[in-house]
Design a binder for this molecule. Sequence first.
Ligand code: NAD
Length: 354
Amino acid sequence: MRIAVLAGDGIGPEITAQAVRVLEALAGNGLALELEYGAVGGAGYDAAGDPLPAATLALCERADAILFGAVGAPRYDRLERALRPEQGLLRLRKHFDLFANLRPAVVYPELAHASTLRPDVVAGLDLLIIRELTSDIYFGKPRGVIVNEAGEREGYDTMRYTEGEIRRIAVTAFETARKRARRVCSVDKANVLETTQLWRDVVSEVHADYADVELSHMYVDNAAMQLIRNPRQFDVMVTGNMFGDILSDEASMLTGSIGMLPSASLNAKGYGLYEPIHGSAPDIAGKDLANPLGTILSTAMMLRYSLGQEQAAARVEGAVRAALRDGARSADIARDGEPTLGTVAMGDAVLARL
Ligand code: NAD
């Protein structure tokens, strides 16, 4: 199993290095993993004048999955748009047709205090949001700003989904639910929007092949409310690009720290790009302060969803859980006055328990 490791910029190399140590430990323990490294983002621009150098793309083509750190730094902000670091990520998503964005929101009992919600509401939360990533009102045409007949400026965008686009994200949701608690909640606004009535119809049709998974439907306004009222009622939530954009950020904050959260972006073949949800954090880069757990947990998702190594995935998650249980805390998840670990020491704490 070949993994393309793209560390990127800012804290990217620091957090990725800790995830690589975890993968190397698994490889030393009999898992057939091979890691290859490529430059991306600002690092790609520095190395080859391109945020996604041809050599990096070729490396990803050869690989079974991509481990991605983070991209972006203030010194690249004045480059023309096509050369900016984030283009490296956007082009990878497009090239590999990574239409399914999986974002778990897990609250470890020891970290329930870090949420802005009461611990009794969030403790033990284990929710997965699946957001469609390549269609919807963000890409629909026509769109624009015109001057209308009344002489007023008028803006418009088009919400569109094809049956096929809905079908494949629904399949991802049901297949993923089979690896979890087998419950899918599909979020739409079918009472008002035609496009999402089609969404509801197609998701229900696909469900016919998944009788072992429970399906419910919820309007997006209610879903936004229920995420705050009682988030533990959900297992897998599947929704379109715009609703998913908003709900997944809402859900991530239930957990308290951005440094803890992994993500996956998958295509129809199960090929995926795995990355923590945060950015390159220039304010703490190079200081051994970043929390590497979101990246380490991204490797667990990679083992589960692209490499079919459920046991190894569970081992990594178990090691993270044990480190937290034993009191390992980086600065972002510590309570006032609690002793903290740097990036490398947090990696040590996970490895020791792996
Ligand atoms: P950010 O996620 O990088 O940082 C937001 C805040 O969270 C900062 O205070 C940072 O120190 C903290 N933080 C982030 N990750 C952390 C970690 N692992 N441990 C501890 N603290 C952590 O967002 P930003 O500051 O808005 O953006 C910084 C750069 O990252 C920008 O160039 C932006 O374009 C880029 N970015 C990249 C990605 C990506 O690569 N996928 C995503 C978002 C932003």
